[in-house]
Design a binder for this molecule. Structure first.
Ligand code: ADP
Ligand code: MG
Length: 675
């Protein structure tokens, strides 16, 4: 019979939700509670005095046996968990399912140990829940791996494939069976360094990203992949999971992008090329334009020459007159045996011939297209040599003055261009003074200080300054601002090309000089050209010299000869002397008028029509106004004026240069004798 205490103890014992087994020192069961009876299906009475291995034959778990031994022999407690679902005892739940349990073995008493307790805890529910969660996780994991577009393979430490997902099957064309157990190296082309990727992944504790790898399909086709590999361990066993991402498409896109970038770069280059060819075209066009400009320049020169023709013809006839006349006289003097007197006439003939040659030379030089040839030159000499040309150009209504420094420095530039520039400036001045005025050409040495140089965009220092000044209409600011533009002109069509000043500008800039314009409406214009001094010598060229002018007197009748050309005057006077007349000379209209207004006897007036100051016509008018019966013989080099004799009145005659001396003598004699 049980005592009360024992009864109470036994009641608690049986009420425990868990199994309790008490074993004596011989491992024999001395107690076993109701939970154990229910879980094992065996009553206490049947198990009493037996060992656990007798009750559960063959099933006694080794760890449980050694834990019991340990507790009884050395007094140590041992816990055995159900961790790996390996419950040691064949117990069942109330619903007859396998009962999963943890076990704790503890000794009872200490020195001496009298018995040991085996506690059994039901962990079925908890284990199942854990299992369920693990399954869930695994399913989720599988779902991801199975459906992943990327290849996922797990490789063991030997490099063999343990697991592969469906993407791996479709990527490589092998079945799952074929893949499993294969060396992963077969999946990669030799050119891609798979072994290195693999080794790095095995050795690294963090995920490794590979370089671009070339994957080989079972059929041999290639694709580009990128691998990320991470190592993990099961116990001591290392496994590497590799995710391969197919980058063939991305790569192709990148390549295409790069190609299109390159194409863009190429087309940028092409654009640059195009630009360059455009530049070339612009250059060509510019060259064409310059040719056109050159042509225009040429035609402008021709126009200027056209304007000159009349005057030049006149000059030429004068010079030819000087030559032929002198020779005729010489011939006569020789015939008369007055050889000693021939010298003067021969000299005059030669002189005229030289001047004619020089004029021809100048005209040719001016009209010819000559290459630009910069040479040292003296502006003063150049302008002196152009004097006649300039006078003819600006006409008789414009007064022309030159002022030049005593020892003008040399400059270096193309003489033809400078002449052309000066001529253009003179033509512009003339055009600005339709009612007459004064053209002044000034040449001086000028040392530019830094401010003056800056104004002209030149270097400070020694320069030669040429100023062409007129008293004409001047320019408003808006015209002045544009005069250097090619083709800018305010002149009527056919009158202006608009190239004069632009060419001057170009030429001056090319010669390292400057052009400055000062102009005021109604007051006139002054154009300054500054050219740097040339430090060097000049190859001296012969220059024209003026003719000696001498007067001669005849005997009876008095004849006034008005002629600006010395040689012609000399010849006429010579003829008069031969004929026995008394000759008076005037080299211009003004001095002729002076004589005509005096009381001097004058029977015949011989005058050039084109005099530099007053026209021959005007001289004749004044002469007739003073002397009713004055006879007038006009000389002219202008063929057309000679042709239209409409202006000739009674007692007037005209003779066209060049004329033979005999003809002149005859005309003079007949005019005086028919008085
Ligand atoms: P063009 O004489 O053929 O017209 P230019 O280039 O020589 O061409 O001159 C351009 C313009 O500058 C002239 O049309 C005129 O309006 C103005 N110009 C040039 N020189 C003078 C001047 N001395 N006085 C007034 N205007 C001038
Ligand atoms: Mg002009």
């Amino acid at each position: 019979m049980l005592t009360n205490d024992q009864y109470a103890e036994s009641a608690i014992f049986d009420a425990l939700e868990g199994g309790i087994i008490v074993l004596d020192l011989h491992e024999r069961i001395v107690n076993w509670n109701a939970w154990m009876t229910s879980a094992s299906g065996q009553s206490f009475e049947t198990v009493y005095g037996k060992t656990l291995s007798e009750i559960f034959p063959g099933l006694m778990f080794r760890r449980l046996a050694s834990a019991i031994k340990l507790a009884l022999e050395s007094g140590a407690s041992t816990g055995i968990s159900n961790a790996l679902n390996s419950s040691p005892l064949p117990l069942r739940t109330r619903s007859r399912r396998k009962l999963l349990h943890d076990i704790k073995v503890s000794p009872i008493g200490s020195s001496p140990i009298t018995a040991c307790l085996v506690f059994i805890t039901d962990v079925t529910m908890a284990t199942h829940r854990e299992q369920y969660l693990r399954d869930q996780q695994k399913a989720r994991y599988n779902a991801v791996v199975e459906s992943a577009p990327d290849v996922i393979i797990t490789i063991d430490g030997a490099g063999c494939i343990q697991m592969a997902n469906p993407a791996a099957v479709s990527q490589f064309g092998y079945t799952l069976n074929e893949l499993t157990g294969k060396d992963a190296a077969i999946l990669f082309d030799e050119r891609s360094d798979w072994p290195t990727t693999w080794r790095t992944a095995v050795e690294s504790s963090t995920p490794v990203q590979s370089k671009e790898l070339i994957a080989i399909h079972k059929d041999g086709s290639l694709s580009y992949v990128e691998a990320s590999a991470s190592r993990w361990n099961i116990g001591a066993r290392a496994l590497v999971t590799v995710i391969l991402r197919n980058i063939t498409e991305r790569r192709a896109i990148n390549l295409a992008l790069r190609a299109s970038e390159a194409a863009a770069r190429n087309s940028a280059a092409a654009l640059a090329d195009l630009n360059q060819s455009l530049e070339q075209r612009v250059e060509q066009r510019t060259a064409q334009l310059m040719n056109a400009e050159e042509a225009l320049r040429q035609s402008q020169k021709m126009e200027a020459i056209g304007q000159l023709t009349g005057g030049i013809a006149h000059d030429f006839n004068n010079l030819l007159q000087g030559i032929t006349g002198s020779l005729h006289v010489t011939q006569k003097l020789i015939a008369l045996g007055r050889i000693g007197e021939t010298d003067r006439f021969l000299k005059a003939a030669i002189d005229s011939a030289y001047r004619a040659a020089s004029l021809t030379h100048r005209l040719l030089a001016f009209s010819r297209q000559q290459p630009i040839d910069p040479r040292p030159l003296n502006v003063n000499e150049l302008i002196t040599s152009m004097e006649e040309l300039l006078r003819r150009t600006i006409g008789e209504t414009v007064q022309m003055n030159f002022t030049a420094a005593d020892s003008l420095w040399l400059i270096r530039c193309d003489a033809n261009q400078l002449e052309n520039a000066i001529l253009n400036l003179a033509i512009n001045a003339r055009d600005a003074m339709p009612d007459g005025g004064t053209l002044t050409i000034e040449m001086s040495n000028k040392i530019l200080d830094s401010a003056e140089a800056a104004l002209r965009e030149l270097q400070p220092g020694e320069h030669v300054r040429l100023i062409v000044k007129d008293t004409g209409e001047g320019m408003p600011a808006e015209v002045r601002a544009r005069v250097f533009e090619p083709f800018f002109t305010t002149k009527a069509i056919g009158k202006g090309t608009g190239l004069g000043l632009s060419m001057i500008y170009g030429f001056v800039k090319q010669s390292n000089g400057s052009v400055l314009i000062e102009s005021e409406v109604g007051k006139g214009t002054s154009i300054e050209v500054c050219l740097p001094r040339y430090q060097g010598n000049l190859d001296v060229e012969a220059t024209d010299e003026t003719n000696p002018r001498e007067s001669r007197a005849g005997l009876d009748e008095v004849v006034l000869v008005v002629e600006d050309e010395g040689v012609v005057r000399l010849l006429v006077v010579e003829v008069l002397k031969e004929l026995g007349y008394y000759a008076l000379e005037a080299q211009n209209g003004a001095s002729a008028v002076q004589i005509l207004e005096s009381r001097q006897r004058i029977d015949l007036l011989i005058t050039d029509l084109g005099l530099p100051d007053i026209s021959g016509n005007e001289v004749a008018r004044i002469g007739i106004a003073n002397r009713k019966n004055l006879k007038v013989l006009f000389m002219t080099g202008y063929a057309e004026k000679a042709a239209s004799n409409s202006f000739l009145q009674e007692g007037m005659e005209i003779i066209t240069k060049p004329f033979p001396m005999d003809l002149l003598a005859e005309r003079i004699r007949s005019m005086i004798e028919t008085r």
